[in-house]
Write a protein that binds this ligand. Structure first.
Ligand code: SAJ
Length: 441
């Protein structure tokens, strides 16, 4: 009887993914990791969610979602079926065939990349690494991270990537609050260190996500993500500059943008706003510019867009000043109400929200600032812990100026317009209302 050829590690993992027997792990159960873990469990994989925050672990195991885009009902069903469980104990990695890293990649105060969370996760993976595992990084990072940082750390165990273990990068593309495009149906770009790494990663993601886009390397995949988000940052910077320009020339930028959007090709609508928020767009382009500068290249668009976008909170405050001026008031001593402090419409996330900058500037100028946001109860502005107010007609009347910063659907804009003394609208949320008391940016 011919001796059964020993199954290669590649063939074994390929089989286990195909048969649905692969045990998966997601490190980092945030707005990227939790939806991914739930999708993996929904198609039948056994998934170990790992997070350093015991509160998150406990909420997941109770089937209580803390991520807006994951319903507790969906979470509860995969937890109850035993497919998904969460832990703070990294030793579960010993049981896993594939590991997805979905941890934060913020910027340091110096605008340099901070990949310390990725390194921490990798150090744990190295502790429990075993032959045949696939490791995928999903966190947005500078081009080269997978090959220059992760590869050497993993191979320090003596295992060889492409033979004994498999490694790649696949950018997360979550758009928080987007009900149309979800983890399940957003095409997934995948770049492995070797062809076998790419093949296994594509097999895994094809089992979970509707379409997969293989590329030639992790570095290309890392760059794809940065192009996507830099594209947004630069175009938002462009329309913000158009806003400043049109204001100076007394042209209605909102009308200009809407009419330009009638062009059926070669134009993509972006809108001016109070500044860039969220954990991606204000941050990711600086991962790219940091790496480009290391390669001796000065990325001017990224820097310029960053300057314009970060100047918008100051500009909003000048518009508040103009609004108060109409009633012979100054910012000093004025009562200002910020409407919506989340970083964008219909999300409850305040990370990098421009509302924080606007409040800080107004407070520095002597204004007394409150906020109302149907999705956010508390907001930290430096060492001030603010609590939101519930808006009523009488309360609105007590403020000298209201500022629409996040244009949540749930606001009663008619009531706001009727009862506010003055309004600065940074989102064109009040376009259907007329009247001198409404001032758009
Ligand atoms: N913004 C504008 N004007 C615009 C669009 C956005 O001022 O025309 C502002 C928003 O108010 C927000 C910031 O920019 O403060 C970021 O907005 P965003 O729509 O890019 O939202 P994010 O950061 O939650 O999600 C983005 C994804 N969004 C879209 O593609 C629409 C996508 O860029 C990434 O998949 C995701 O970040 C990520 O995780 O990288």
């Amino acid at each position: 009887m011919a001796k059964r050829q020993k199954e290669s590690l590649f063939a074994r993992l390929k089989r286990r993914i195909k048969d649905g027997d692969a045990v998966l792990s997601v490190i980092g159960l945030g707005y990227v990791g939790l939806p991914l873990a739930v999708e993996m469990a929904k198609v039948g994989f056994r998934v170990h969610g790992i997070d350093v925050n015991p509160k998150k672990v406990s909420m997941v195991n109770k089937g209580k979602s803390y991520i807006q885009d994951v319903s507790s009902e969906n979470l509860r069903s995969v937890v109850r079926s035993g497919k998904l469980s969460a832990t703070t104990d990294f030793s579960v990695l010993r049981k896993c065939d594939a590991i997805d890293i979905c941890v934060p990649t913020p910027l340091r105060k110096t605008k340099d990349p901070d990949i310390s969370f990725v390194i921490d996760a990798l150090e744990q993976i190295v502790r429990y690494l075993k032959p045949g595992q696939l490791v995928m990084l999903e966190s947005t990072t500078y081009p080269g991270t997978t090959v220059e940082v992760m590869l050497p750390m993993l191979e320090s165990t003596g295992l060889k990537v492409g033979k004994d273990l498999f490694l790649g990068f696949s950018p997360e593309r979550v758009d928080p609050g987007n009900e149309k495009f979800t983890t399940k149906n957003i095409p997934k770009v995948v770049g492995g260190v070797t062809d076998n790494c790419t093949r296994l990663a594509c097999d895994l993601y094809r089992a979970i996500i509707e379409s997969v886009v293989p590329v030639s390397s992790p570095t290309v995949a890392e760059m794809v993500k940065l192009l996507e988000n830099t594209f947004r940052s630069v175009n938002i910077g462009l329309v913000n500059e158009m806003c400043l320009m049109c204001n100076r020339m007394d042209i209605d930028v909102w009308e200009v943008i809407e009419a330009a959007a009638s062009k059926p090709f070669g134009y993509l609508k972006f809108l001016p706003g109070p500044g860039l928020g969220g954990h991606c767009i204000p941050i990711d382009p600086f991962y790219l510019s940091w790496k480009a500068k290391m390669a001796g290249f000065e990325p001017r668009f990224i820097e310029l867009a960053g300057q314009i976008n970060s100047s918008m909170p100051d500009y909003v405050v000048t518009r508040v000043n103009d609004a108060l001026n109409d009633s012979r008031k100054s910012i000093k001593g004025a009562k200002i109400l910020i409407l919506g402090v989340a970083y964008k419409r219909d999300v409850n996330d305040t990370r990098e929200s421009p509302a924080v900058d606007i409040i800080r500037i107004l407070e520095t100028k002597g204004a007394k600032v409150s906020f109302a946001d149907p999705l956010v109860d508390r907001l930290k502005v430096d060492d001030i812990d603010m609590r939101g107010i519930k808006i009523t007609p009488s309360k609105l009347k007590s403020y000298d100026c209201a500022v629409v910063v996040a244009d949540h659907t749930d606001f009663d804009y008619g009531m706001i317009v009727r009862n506010s003394r003055a309004i600065v609208d940074t989102r064109n949320a009040l376009s259907k209302y007329k009247g001198r008391k409404i001032r758009r940016i």
